[in-house]
Design a protein around this ligand. Structure first.
Ligand code: GDP
Ligand code: MG
Length: 247
């Protein structure tokens, strides 16, 4: 076990997944074999390391030379997630089908990629610790999220990536934590190259999103459904509610 979330990985490795496979159950899963379809989206300026980060999470390796992402792409993974309960008690476990959406940071793809914000339940917002501008642009990305995400306060984790390049660092941990705190976001310093905190970020976001969904379900006493929505007598309700980081 490598984390609080007790990730039992069954990597479905689906490189170059097409958005056409998204939506309900895709061609890899049937309704019966998972409890939740969870969609996360990585965003941030070009070259901050979004593609390498997701590749490191899925394949546990660093591939330094990716071509720029064109539009959107996604990777998938199966895992069992245990929501940490109060007082360290292990909560219920859920079978998760996780889709990790990768977006292009370039302006010319903006309208395409923001269209995908609406569908995601959690966001991994990255900047490059060695690139001041990518840090300053965090504010713009947060505005984009407020406009295009499913609600005004979606679950977001802020990542200062390329932490392995300590000698080239332009943004101090203190400055980054300050902005994270100001916006109420958990902050992690990550490295897609060494893997530092990469899995932790995804697990923390899962905790936040699952907690939000549990609260929704508890509130309504409705049975679970896929795609982050609750099913009741055949009808679908949007998932919504408030969340708190459990990590
Ligand atoms: P994206 O445009 O945000 O998807 O960025 P990429 O994942 O394509 O990465 C852009 C460049 O940064 C590539 O040359 C990567 O090898 C490099 N890179 C990404 N993450 C890291 C990291 O954590 N450490 C270091 N040293 N380089 C990284
Ligand atoms: Mg990319």
């Amino acid at each position: 076990m490598e984390s609080d979330s007790d990730l039992t990985m069954d990597d479905l490795g689906h490189p170059n997944g097409s958005p056409a496979h998204s939506g309900s159950h895709g061609n890899l899963a049937s309704a019966a074999d998972y409890d939740y379809l969870i969609k996360f989206l990585a965003l941030g300026d070009s070259a901050v390391g979004k593609t390498c980060f997701l590749h490191q999470y899925i394949d546990k390796e660093y591939k330094p030379s990716f071509a720029s992402t064109v539009g959107v792409d996604f990777r998938e993974k199966r895992l069992v997630h245990r929501v940490p309960g109060a007082d360290g008690v292990v909560g219920r476990s859920h079978r998760i089908h996780l889709q990790l959406w990768d977006t292009a940071g370039q302006e010319r793809f903006r309208s395409l990629t923001t269209a995908f914000f609406r569908d995601a339940m959690g966001f991994i917002l990255l900047f490059d610790l060695t690139n001041e501008q990518s840090f300053l642009n965090i504010r713009n990305w947060l505005t984009q999220l407020q406009t295009h995400a499913y609600c005004e306060n979606p679950d977001i984790i802020l990542c200062g990536n390329k932490a392995d390049l300590e000698d080239q660092r332009k943004v101090s941990e203190e400055r980054a934590r300050e902005i994270a705190e100001k916006h109420g976001l958990p902050y992690f310093e990550t490295s897609a190259a060494t893997g530092q905190n990469v899995a932790k970020v995804v697990e923390c976001l899962l905790d936040m999103v699952m907690l939000r969904m549990e609260q929704c379900v508890d509130k309504t006493q409705r049975p679970f459904a896929q795609n982050g929505k609750r099913l009741h007598n055949g009808e679908m309700d949007e998932y919504d509610g408030s969340s708190k980081c459990a990590c």
